[in-house]
Design a protein around this ligand. Sequence first.
Ligand code: G4P
Length: 529
Amino acid sequence: MDFTQEIAKRRTFGIISHPDAGKTTLTEKLLLFGGAIQEAGAVKNNKIKKGATSDFMEIERQRGISVATSVLAFNYQEKKINILDTPGHKDFAEDTFRTLTAVDSVIVVIDVAKGVEEQTEKLVEVCRMRNIPMIVFINKLDREGKDAFDLLDEVEQKLGLKVTPLSFPIGMGYDFKGIYNIWEKNINLFSGDSKKNIEETIAFDDINNPELDTIIGDSAASELRDNLELVYEVYPEFNRDSYLDGTLQPVFFGSALNNFGVRELLDCFIDIAPAPRAKNAEERLVEPEENKFSGFVFKIHANMDPKHRDRLAFIKIVSGTFERNKPYLHVRNNKKLKFSSPNAFFAEKKEIVDISYAGDIVGLHDTGNFKIGDTLTEGENLHFKGIPSFSPEHFRYINNADPMKAKQLMKGVDQLMDEGVAQLFTLDLNGRKIIGTVGALQYEVIQYRLEHEYGAKCSYENFPVHKACWVEPEDEKSEEFTEFKRVKQKFLARDKHGQLVFLADSAFSIQMAQQKYPSVKLHFTSEFN
Ligand code: G4P
């Protein structure tokens, strides 16, 4: 088969949600449909229940053994589907943001009772910024929850989306009778038999067919007719182009746990979700069907076993094919590298493969060559955009607690930063190191890992920072910029790429700086051009 046909079969996406909305359950049901797993419970839930470090360590240990859960692949209706795992816990949000640079679309899971939650808002915002096509799945319809129209309103208002329902619930909770599938024009009746995989669907082209009353009862039938009338009146007709450019989001209802409404979601996904999309590099737009391979590192997974310090770098293939033992250019290092055992992912397993295609993820064993955002090509000098760092929420000085182990500490810190565990800033004034994280949990994780993997000890000291702002002067030589640097001297630092960062101690000081030095632009992410 021509390699472009293989590429056209790929559907690479992520499922995002607030913890507990049902991401793991949905993933598992999707894998069941793909025949990739045989029974429920096969997909490990990577969620952190108590938010304790011990929990995290345990999860990381398990993940280290079965890193393949980072990518779950299966075949369905001639399509190759790659699901990229995105941690739901807020302390690992950065990891999720980066994974979102490697997906071509997403499914957003929302709990019918809880509605739009905090983490969903943050993640959807990132997807919106990048115009990633999104399908919304409202889950747990077997439970009492919010009114369907209220939920659709909430999704539009809180998430800033424009939705159109492609299915609609008939009742809810105790009275949940099933779902009308607007996309396929049929009714799917809910039996409440939770282990059932095969569902009964009844075609209903015409919702006014009196048979509907016989099947679901008079009052439910008339309520459904009223609801659908309102749906057709209020919401735009589904349009694939609008979905693909991120301006319209179809919504499905169901119950992942009961495997209800999941097939409908998957079948629609197969019909509408995009094949691998073109990606912007600093130099040019790279199309997936190009002959030559290119790809970028979006995730690095450490081996938690200190005896094997190798890591697995996850590469999203942007164009062409990736072949085993073929030399590729590591653009940042300007070095050719060959990979004798690239891993591809299937269901919960990983295996060595000879060839992978644009849209796929390959896992490469790495002994320290890769950083997040690195590009691999067949020789061209490309740098993929869209893997910015976001301002951390917490900042602390890191101190060496064992003078004999300074080297180990620096090596450990460097490697953990390359993995994207946290961000390191070096103060211009005195060279002191500051670690910035999204969640406080990471400090314990870093300390633990430095000790167990690198034999180094560290301590922390508070450093009151509100936000890190990446600095972009209009003119490097202007008096205004010189003055800015002089006045803010104590708060200026470099990130890992040497970019200048202003560590502002309050929202007020950011505002003041913007007023006083209008030609010095302050950005909350590291990528702004
Ligand atoms: P997450 O990955 O988004 O964090 O959520 P996960 O799938 O783990 O689901 C969170 C909880 O919600 C689980 O219950 C799960 O069984 C339940 N759940 C998922 N889908 C549905 C649904 O359609 N209906 C109902 N009623 N519940 C659903 P748990 O008690 O926290 O975990 P477990 O002990 O059952 O695994």
